[in-house]
Design a protein around this ligand. Sequence first.
Ligand code: HDE
Length: 715
Amino acid sequence: MAKKTAPTSSAQKATSVTIHDQQMQRGPGGELHQFAEGDTPVLTTAQGGPVADDQNSLRVGARGPLVVDDFHFREKMFHFDHERIPERVVHARGYGAHGYFETYESLAQYTRADLFQRPGEKTPAFVRFSTVAGNKGSADLARDVRGFAVKIYTQEGNWDLVGNNIPVFFIQDAIKFPDLIHAAKQEPDRAFPQAQTAHDNFWDFISLTPESMNMVMWIMSDRTIPRSLRFMEGFGVHTFRLINAKDESTFVKFHWKPKLGLQSVAWNEAVKINGADPDFHRRDLWNAIQSGNFPEWELQLQLFDQEFADSFDFDVLDPTKIIPEEVLKPVPVGRLVLDRMPDNFFTETEQVAFMTQNVPPGIDFSNDPLLQGRNFSYLDTQLKRLGGPNFTHLPINAPKCPMHNFQQDGHMAMRNPVGRTNYQPNSHGEGPRESPTRGYRHFPAEEQGTKARLRPESFADHYSQARQFYISQTGAEQRHIASALTFELSKVEMPVIRERMVSHLLNIDETLAATVAQKLGIKPMPKPADAAMPTRQDLDPSPALSIAGRGPKRFEGRKLGILVTDGVDAKLLKGLTDAILKEKGVVELIAPKVGGVEASDGKLIEAQHMIDGGPSVLFDAVALLTSTAGIEDLVDEAAARDFVADAFQHCKFIGYDPSATPLLAKAGLADALDEGLIELPGEAGLSAFVAELGKLRIWGREPSVKLGKASPPVN
Ligand code: HDE
């Protein structure tokens, strides 16, 4: 038996690796693999040639020039030089996961879409969440709309529902999209700010675009700073059509409702999370799925006919409007479960190509001008990003149902029709043919009118739903909107833009306008903006629009951070950990040293974070399980004080062992009498604490801690 030689180390001169027959094994496809050592496969070039030395380039003499014979070096470098593809022009930063969609009951009455026919059927899906404005490397907790793009691989073709976590949009006509995005992204001369709308260009465009006012209320609310991608709603935004086997149409709006409820962070917290963990959202999704806690959303449909559309307060084709859930109740029809992370981020999440025009038979478009414009745009963007027309050959984009057509060739063609016939009709009777019965049939809508550049009058009310959104929020949520507006506009240099925004706010809510104006120092109050239509005062609040109203009321899927020191009461720590796990929550320990602490029973307990690296912003609630001896070292640590002070100002529940009192005092909380500060030892303390955690936050505390200078007065 021949001996093999170990591969060279970087320090060594090149020596050859002997490949013996017995080191070759067959892979699943029958292909031969060479093995260098044990199970280690032999490194090869892209051509499959085995590589002897990947540490040293080929040269003449030890200190001589490199030579062009080195095809391995040339190929490796060539490939590296071409690793980047253009990032998405919008939604560049994103994170995806695989899963499935499961249908509850047959929807045959409304749609012939194959995935909705059979109860309990599971259809594979891929979801990509994203921010909009930031570049690929920007931080996760930017104040921004989140993309919620779902690709469902149905048996009759891929369905892409390319939605957002907000059900309305900024503009009514796709022709304004390039302007909106130019204004939102970094300003072109200075290339900042990154992933922020807090700058002149954005608010200049917005203040000159009254149709965006409803969306402005949504983006200034906590919806744009979600705690987790798992705690967000998703919306198809536009009105679509469902078409049944009799070619009858029902209008539909698509909603994804998170099983774990809605939750957002405080703005001051978002800013700190971006520093402490810029990958906060992707890490959270990764950890949840890898630990078997699969996030889940229910698909709910708002279904309506032409009669409802004609009688509704607003035009259902206007994407700056919602149909309140209290007016038209969404019907649950299935669930989306994410249960597998991609094997490779680039291959799947980066190369996935969503296109609004990907609809299977049974789902059709409405005349929403934004949707129609999108149907035109997405194909172009994929060509630019993925470099050729064959991006549907990539496994992440390829349908998972049989497919046949005569499209051929082009860059990177990975499959071509086989045989002589690559056209139809043909005399050979070969190849696929169209099917009028099974094929996609567009809804035969009657259309007529004069060709012109128009905006319908029915799109003219820009303030009524903005007001409705605002009055549907809790007091805390309203304060957050005022703070967000004040913060963003405080970054705007041109006073005229700030004043113009206040003029718009006057058409939405006078108190809101007055609060923002006062905080910005605007005097005297400007006049309300000219409005094409007066703001309706008769729209009822819609409780479904409040995040607080949609909280989970339980701690499931949330994270408790426990600050521990040497001497931590082992029984208390175990009791608390068990109670949280029972609630299906997660516990992470923060200690002065990441190596851990010695508990009261002498056992070593490892921590996940060192105090500097595990600030309380990373957790939904915190507990301080210290000992009298252990607390001494912590009291003077700025990171420990911030841990407690931040948890308090971000309105989190804080459970504490009495030995932590000096630290509470250092954080300025000695006299804080608050239902959210709970002393822990004893069964009663523990269960009271865990029971309270389901409330997630005590927003009522906020006015007393005054988050940042921009906080408006409590009203
Ligand atoms: Fe997009 N949008 N969009 N958009 N959009 C893109 O396609 C566009 C709009 C949305 O995770 C691009 O592949 C136009 C609304 C998501 O890969 C591009 C208009 C909504 C994603 C594009 C809109 C969205 C995109 C850029 C105005 C919510 C990320 C990269 C009519 C309903 C998908 C790409 C992913 C991506 C065009 C407006 C959602 C350029 C022209 C409204 C979630 O084609």
